[in-house]
Every structure is written in C-alpha cells, then in structure tokens.
Design a binder for this molecule. Structure first.
Ligand SMILES: Cc1cc2nc3c(=O)[nH]c(=O)nc-3n(C[C@H](O)[C@H](O)[C@H](O)COP(=O)(O)O)c2cc1C
Length: 319
C-alpha cells in the first residue's frame, strides 16, 4: 500500500507475524526501468516472504522491469490492476486495465517470460470490474484470460472501481463489497487460487472464507490495527506468533529503530507505523498523542516510544 507498506512498516510487521505474505508499495515499471531500481526495491531478507507490486501497462517495460528485479529475493511479483487513482489512470494502468484484457494478457505474458520458470511467481490484483461493466459477464471473461495466461493466483478486491467519479479513498469504501461473486468465481475457476480482499476487519472475519477460497488479504485493518497481525500465525497457520504481546513485538523492533536512528533516519519515519498499535485500551489515546507530538521533534529517539508505551502500561496496571 502506497505510503504505508514501506520497509520500516514491513520490518515492524515481521515482529508480529512470520507467515503473512507482505507486499511492497506499488512501484511503476517505468521507474524500475528508468529510475534508481536499487533504491526503489530496497528491502531486507528479514522481511520475507515479500511480494513486489508493480504498476504498468507496456509489455516491453514490464518485461524489462521484471528482468531487473527477478533475482532480488521477492517470492512474487504482482501486477496492479486495481488502483483507481487519477495519476495511475493517466498512465493507463491499475484498474483502468480491467477494460483491456488483451493488453493485460500481453503484459502478464511479458512478465512471465522475464521471470522464467525459476523466478518469482507472477500474480495479479484486480477489482470485480470498473464503471458500468456488467461484472457477472466481464469478471469471468477476465478470469478466463488470466487462466489462459497461466496466472495461477490472483487477489480480488471485492468491489468495482468507479474511474473518474470517485476518489481513490471513496473507491475503497463506496462501491459495495460482493464476496459472493468472488466465491462464485472460485467455483467457476477451481484451478485459480483466489485471495479475497476488501473490508476484512479482523483475521477471524476472514477465516470463514478460507474453506471456499485460497486466502485472505487484509489492507487497512492490518495497518491501522497492527495487533491483528499478531493473530495471523496462530489463527491461520496454527503456529505461535513471533511475540506474545504488542509490547514484546515493539521491543523486538527496537534494535532496528536504533540502528536506523544511528544512520540518521528521523524517528518519525520509523514510529509512524506504530500509531495504531493500541486501541481501546486505557492509555491508548495518550500513547498516540505522544507519538504524534514528539516523534518529529529534533533529537527524538527511542525514549519517545518508551514514553508512549509507558502511558499504556501505566494506566493499564492501575485500571
Ligand atoms: C493508503 C493506501 C494505499 C494503498 N496502496 C495500494 C497499492 O499500492 N496497491 C494496491 O494494490 N492496493 C493499494 N491499496 C488498496 C489496498 O491494498 C486494498 O485493496 C484496499 O484497501 C481494500 O482492502 P482493505 O479493506 O482490507 O483495506 C491501498 C490502500 C490504502 C488505504
């Protein structure tokens, strides 16, 4: 997710779950080909398993982009066919491509060729459709195209996107969710691995779809309420979480924070992903307040996070 799943967030997420597949922010194929590739895909093996998401609509460019990144440790390279932002539409990629399955097939074929049989899996993230498409017809056609392009796994954000009419934020909330169409598609295309995305607030709420589908993707809830990630390993994979509590997870993040502070990173870059860690517990408001008011001050260091954390525990122990 743009601005959210940067490498600091991913490193923190790994203190909460070992098993969840994490996705990078979307990087455009053009930037990967013409820009500073190394910087754009900078990550650490501690973040694995990690998927790189790419945006693009030119088969040659996508081919070149995948060639550049295929040996960099990502287990998956995902083509974004769901983003509705104006900037993305201007480049004619993201959700706009849902109207152009022939081009998408060319793009995916180019990506698969570049990745080869040993490289990262190529996947796609799609919407149910866009604008006034009759999705009962166009979605199965689109999936048929993905199937014949040998794409084996797709993520479906279970709502349409309205291009030109709604803002990106509205496009994540206003068009209604339609999970039943997603499960219907799985019955129609049993060979496709289908991951459900959109509106899942808790790990448990996704569990009921794990029988009929192949997985769930949580976006906003995972970021805004990171404690959800603590449930992923035990609830989905029947394995212990890396740490028993949010506090322990935060302490495990500390060496990473301190190392980056030493390198000159401002604390706010490392602490901004921690703001949602506590909700509805005594002291949570004070915790958030300390992080937002103090992390950007000159010289701010781990002590700010420690103070924020103490606000939570101090109040809870007296509650
Ligand atoms: C700040 C933000 C940035 C996002 N960036 C991306 C992105 O780069 N690529 C993408 O496929 N989806 C992106 N999304 C959409 C989410 O991945 C997800 O599909 C959407 O929020 C619906 O799922 P949710 O209800 O679990 O959040 C973004 C969402 C948000 C809130």
């Amino acid at each position: 997710m743009m601005e959210w799943t940067d490498r600091h967030w991913r490193r923190f997420a790994r203190c909460l779950t070992r098993r969840a597949l994490l996705y990078t922010e979307m990087v455009t194929a053009a930037a990967l080909v013409h820009g500073r590739t190394e910087q754009l895909i900078e990550h650490d093996a501690a973040e694995y398993p990690l998927a790189l998401q790419i945006g693009g609509s030119k088969p040659d460019e996508l081919h070149a982009a995948v060639l550049r990144v295929r040996d960099q440790g990502f287990c998956e390279i995902n083509l974004n066919l769901g983003c509705p932002s104006d900037r993305v539409q201007a480049g004619c990629f993201g959700a706009a491509l849902m109207a152009d399955p022939i081009r998408v097939a060319e793009c995916l074929s180019a990506m698969r060729t570049a990745s080869g049989s040993e490289g990262p899996e190529i996947t796609a993230k799609i919407r149910l459709g866009i604008d006034d498409q009759v999705i009962d017809e166009t979605l199965p056609q689109f999936l048929e195209m993905l199937n014949s392009s040998n794409i084996e796994r797709i993520i479906i954000h279970a709502r349409i996107a309205i291009l030109g009419g709604l803002s990106p934020k509205q496009n994540r909330d206003v068009p209604p969710l339609n999970y039943s169409l997603v499960t219907q598609m799985k019955r129609q295309f049993p060979h496709l691995k289908i991951i459900l995305n959109g509106g899942l607030q808790t790990v448990e709420s996704g569990l009921e779809y794990m029988d009929s589908l192949d997985g769930i993707m949580m976006g906003r809830a995972a970021y805004q309420n990171p404690q959800e990630l603590l449930k992923v390993d035990p609830v989905i994979f029947s394995e212990p979480a890396p740490h028993n509590s949010a506090r322990d997870a935060l302490m495990a993040y500390r060496p990473y924070v301190e190392k980056h502070l030493e390198k000159g990173w401002p604390l706010k870059h490392l602490s901004r992903h921690l703001v949602g860690l506590y909700h509805q517990v005594p002291g949570a408001r004070r915790y958030r307040q300390i992080l937002s008011e103090e992390a950007h001050l000159p010289g701010a260091d781990w002590a700010v996070i420690e103070r924020a954390l103490n606000a939570v525990s101090e109040v809870s122990t007296h509650a």
